[in-house]
Design a protein around this ligand. Structure first.
Ligand SMILES: Nc1ncnc2c1ncn2[C@@H]1O[C@H](COP(=O)(O)OP(=O)(O)O)[C@@H](O)[C@H]1O
Ligand SMILES: [Mg+2]
Length: 264
């Protein structure tokens, strides 16, 4: 089964923004399987998943707890490696890379946003955002410029010197978004970014991510099991028991679904 978002006529007709022309794939997942060994038991977290993620999409990975959302995001984010299959980032098979190579790739190309924010409590908001750039060969002045730019983008310019403990949950997640963006990633991956926020704050965070997606063309993939959060996406991939069960595009505010194409 080949899953290609935007491949069916219905999906291609989508005119919801961002209505960019032909998009190239950032991520290509081919027959990816992930097994975990639990004692004598083999847990199949993902089973032969095929997926193409095109540049600039605002894509949700939906599914109940245990369906494989985090596993899929961790594989795309090169935090983990597949048990089988191939995974391409910008056309390069990353499944074959060593852990050291993957670490470099992650630091350069992937922005992560976590459910629990994962900020350093002793660092200020600005220092947290600056952190991924510390190993880069850029001047301190340029680093600061970037940090200021992204803190301003998430509406936190005035909170640059606050530590996470002095910020609300929503503000912490905005720092995390700025930290993800500061490296100019190819893709931002957010694993249940609203799960620790109240509903209203969660919606604000999603709206902010969508605004950044529209304004910068940055590709966003986030996971959720919350229908209201899901409804803010333009595209969705539904997972069940480690398999993709359907693909959707939101057209005129309504979800349209394309079944997976059958195996040739
Ligand atoms: N490190 C692990 N060791 C063993 N089983 C795991 C591990 N991570 C995930 N799993 C299992 O893989 C399946 C998918 O998990 P996960 O990707 O975390 O789902 P989700 O994020 O949708 O809740 C679940 O059955 C889970 O128990
Ligand atoms: Mg999860």
């Amino acid at each position: 089964m080949q899953v290609d978002i935007g491949s069916s006529a219905t999906l291609r007709e989508a005119r919801e923004p961002p209505a960019r022309a032909v998009r190239k794939p950032v991520v290509r997942v081919e027959g990816v399987t992930k097994h975990y060994r639990m004692g004598s038991e083999l847990v199949v977290a993902l089973n032969a998943v095929n997926l193409v993620i095109e540049e600039g999409v605002f894509l949700a990975i939906a599914g109940p707890s245990g369906s494989g959302k985090s596993t899929l995001l961790n594989l795309i984010g090169c935090i983990d490696t597949p048990s089988g299959g191939r995974l391409f980032l910008d056309g390069e098979n990353v499944a074959a890379r060593t852990p050291d190579q993957l670490a470099v790739l992650r630091a350069r190309a992937i922005g992560f946003v976590f459910q629990t924010f994962n900020l350093f409590p002793v660092l200020t908001a600005a220092e947290n955002v600056e952190y991924p750039l510390l190993k880069w060969r850029i001047s301190r002045a340029d680093r600061r410029k970037r940090v200021d730019k992204y803190l301003a983008l998430v509406g936190l310019a005035k909170f640059a010197s606050h530590r996470p403990g002095e910020l609300s949950g929503g503000q912490r997640q905005r720092v995390a978004i700025a930290r993800a963006l500061v490296i100019h990633p190819r893709i931002v991956l957010a694993d249940e970014p609203t799960a620790n926020l109240d509903h209203k704050t969660g919606q604000k965070i999603l709206r902010l991510m969508r605004k950044i997606n529209r304004a910068t063309g940055t590709t966003f993939v986030f996971s959720t099991h919350d229908q209201k959060v899901l409804d803010m996406a333009d595209r969705r991939v539904d997972l069940e028991d480690g398999e993709i069960v359907r693909l959707g595009a939101r057209i005129d505010g309504e979800w349209r679904f394309a079944a997976e194409r059958d195996k040739p």
